[in-house]
Each structure stands twice: as C-alpha cells, then as structure tokens.
Design a protein around this ligand. Structure first.
Ligand code: NIG
Ligand code: FE
Length: 393
C-alpha cells in the first residue's frame, strides 16, 4: 500500500488494540484482538485485524504487546523555573496546600532566562513523551506581568499547539493591595499581549485566587479576543467555578474535587468536560474527586497530570490512570478512555486520542498483553514504544 511518497508502515500482531472507535471493535474502547495499524506519513491509514492488513513498505511486529492511542494530557503548567521540594516536604509533615505557594514559582520564573525556560519545557515534554503522552496542553501563569505572561506563552507555543493563557492564576504580588486593578490588567493590556499566542483562557477560581465575578470577567474578556475558556474549578473547596464553566461553555472544568449535586448535573447536561487531576490530590494529600458520581450522571471525564512544581509534579499519565482506578472509582477501561479520548474532548480535538483512519499517527505499545495493566501494574514503566506524528520515538 503506497499512496504517496512517504513509506507506509504496518504495526502487526498487537495483542489487543484500544481504538476508542466503537465502530472498529468491541465496546466503548473499540477493542480489536491481534490487531494491525498502518501508518502513512503522520496519519493512520488503516486499522483492523492483523491477518487482513494490506501490504506496506515496512513492517513492525508488536509481538503480542498491547496498543493504545498516545495519551492526551490536557492540563499542565510547564513554563516555570525553580523547585518546591521544601514545600512538598512541609506538606508531607502535615502542612496543608494553599494557592500561596505559587508565588515562589512566580519569583523563580521571572528571574529565569528564556533559554532556561525553553530547556525546562522541552525536558518535561520529552519526559512525558517517553511515558506515552503525544499531545500536551500547557499554560502560562507563573509570570503575572504583561511581559512575563506573553513570554511564557511564546515559549510554550514554540513547543506545543495547545497553549493556555493563565494570567489569572493568582493575583500578582505586585497588586497585593489592589486585586481589582490586577483583574483590569489581565482583562486589558495583558490579554492584548497574550491572546495572539494562545488558544485557551483559564482562571484559578478559588478562595485565595479569583472569585466568581472576577473569573467571569477574565473568561469573558478572553472569549471576546477569540480564546476558548477552561477553568481551574472546585479544587480546594466548593465554589462557583464549575457552574461558571458550564455557563460560558468552557471546554473543560478542571480539578472538580468538591462538587455539589447541582455541579454534577450541570456538567452532565453540558459539553464541558470534567477533567480530573489525581496527581494533585496525591501530592497535596487531599480528598479524591469522585469520578464514579460524574460518570454515572453522564458527564464526560478526562484525566490529566496537572504537571507543575507545586501541587502535582508528575508528567506520568500511567500514574494518573492507576490512581483514578484505585482511588476515584473508575474502571481501567474508563480511565484509559479518559486519558486518551477524554483528553481529546477536553481540547476539542478529533484528530488525536483515537486510532482510526485519518487520525494523527500517535500510538503507544505496552510491554503487557492489555491496557488494563496500566492500572494493574502501577509504577512499572510499561510504555515500550511510542509513535508521534508517525515517527517512532
Ligand atoms: O492546578 N490550582 C492552581 N494551579 C496549580 C497549582 C500551581 C502551583 O501550586 O504552583 C494546580 O494545581
Ligand atoms: Fe492546574
């Protein structure tokens, strides 16, 4: 099968393949046993049973390993400098997590050179890719001046297409006595400088960060400049974040740790994805979000790392899958769907998160006979091969 100049590759004898396309295989994961996938350039050209695979230029024998789409990590904060080991140590000795720790990273990030920040982003993206993440969203939010936020977004955009403006992470320390003035800055000059470099606008809607009215002002101003909202909502306590996300048709409400029945109903009745970030609950010893309640109500759930130096310093989607299964009431199938197709929905993407003809050729092989092993064998580096945009890493 040679359709154009790029050589085609067949990956055959995949013990069990998650396609996330129910029309291609069994159940919601569209599972195919003894499957093959044909890659043509950066796209998937064919998916089916190994015995029926068309002839290709190259062949790779998966030799009984399981396959799944590359992970779609729809929430991270990778443009930062510095380290918060001391804060983590203090927390593990009993100190609670608070939004205030962000200020430590703001100071270190402002002091860093562009080159240092590029190196950091590249390092964590490479780390994530080795663990199977082939789509990575990332945010600003550790600059909190017009120049530092725009710089963070320019740096993020050099490494990924999924870039989020989070100037409203906390009130800048420079505006400690004038939070309203900071919201004016974010919704005015900062957005003017930042919107050209981003696809999304986010706000940390929480006690200690921004209240419902301030969050609405930020998201509405972002929308007016062509950005689509996503919201850090209901992480540390109950609050208006989730309802606001649904009201503004945000792509995603992230964290969703403290939800009322009305919050769950609102998410279930909307296309706003509930993105759960179990690394944050793990690293802050907080109570787990209840994925079961959301799923049973009919909400769409995504899983993501929230990778950041404060509340969740992991880039590992397999780790998040294992936590979601053990502690949040998800089945292994649900968790794998949420870490792939769920993340794609949270980013409103249809070209990633699934292995279907025409999708981007992002595929992971596991040193295991099925995707369930991601939860069954926690902490084990099972990811044995990663194709990203058709290229074997
Ligand atoms: O998603 N919640 C707000 N922002 C990050 C934490 C950032 C930090 O502590 O540095 C989060 O958990
Ligand atoms: Fe976050």
């Amino acid at each position: 099968m040679t359709t154009n100049s790029a050589p085609t590759t067949a990956i055959t004898h995949i013990a069990q393949l998650v396609t996330n396309d129910p029309s291609l295989g069994e159940g919601p994961l569209g599972l195919i046993q003894d499957a093959a996938v044909v890659i043509d350039g950066d796209r998937i050209a064919w998916v089916g049973e190994s015995s029926k695979a068309p002839a290709t230029d190259n062949a790779v024998d998966a030799a009984g390993r399981a396959g799944l789409p590359g992970f779609v990590d729809s929430h991270s904060h990778l443009v930062f400098s510095g380290d918060r080991t001391a804060e983590f140590n203090a927390r593990m000795s009993g100190r609670p997590y608070s939004a205030g720790g962000i200020r430590t990273t703001v100071a270190a990030t402002r002091a860093a050179t562009d080159e240092e920040l590029h190196t950091n982003v590249a390092r964590y993206l490479a780390e994530a890719l080795r663990q199977g993440t082939t789509t990575q969203e990332t945010k600003s939010g550790y600059g909190l001046t017009v120049e530092d936020e725009a710089r963070a977004l320019r740096i993020a955009a050099a490494h990924t297409d999924e870039v989020t403006f989070l100037g409203a992470h906390i009130v800048s320390p420079d505006y400690a006595d004038d939070p309203a003035g900071y919201v004016d800055l974010v919704t005015g000059p900062m957005l003017d400088a930042c919107a050209p470099h981003a696809r999304w606008v986010d706000v940390f809607c929480e006690k200690g960060a921004f209240d419902g009215d301030q969050a609405r002002a930020v998201l509405t101003a972002g929308k007016a400049r062509g950005l689509t909202p996503r919201v850090h909502a209901n992480q540390l306590g109950h609050g208006p974040g989730v309802q606001l996300a649904v009201e503004l048709d945000a792509a995603s409400a992230d964290h969703c740790t403290h939800l009322t029945a009305a919050d769950i109903d609102a998410l279930a009745g909307s296309r706003t994805v509930a993105t759960l970030l179990p690394g944050a609950e793990f690293s802050t010893r907080a109570e787990w979000p209840d994925a079961r309640r959301l799923l049973d109500a009919g909400a769409t759930v995504a899983l993501s790392t929230d990778c950041n130096p404060g509340s969740s310093f992991t880039s590992s989607m397999p780790f998040c899958i294992a936590l979601a299964v053990r502690d949040m009431g998800m089945t292994p199938d649900e968790a794998v769907w949420s870490a792939t197709e769920g993340g794609a929905r949270a980013l409103r993407r249809t070209d990633v998160g699934r292995i279907t003809p025409g999708a981007r050729a992002d595929l992971v092989l596991l040193d295991a006979p099925s995707h369930v092993h991601l939860a069954y064998r926690p902490g084990v580096p099972l990811v044995s091969a990663v194709w990203h945009k058709g290229v074997l890493i």
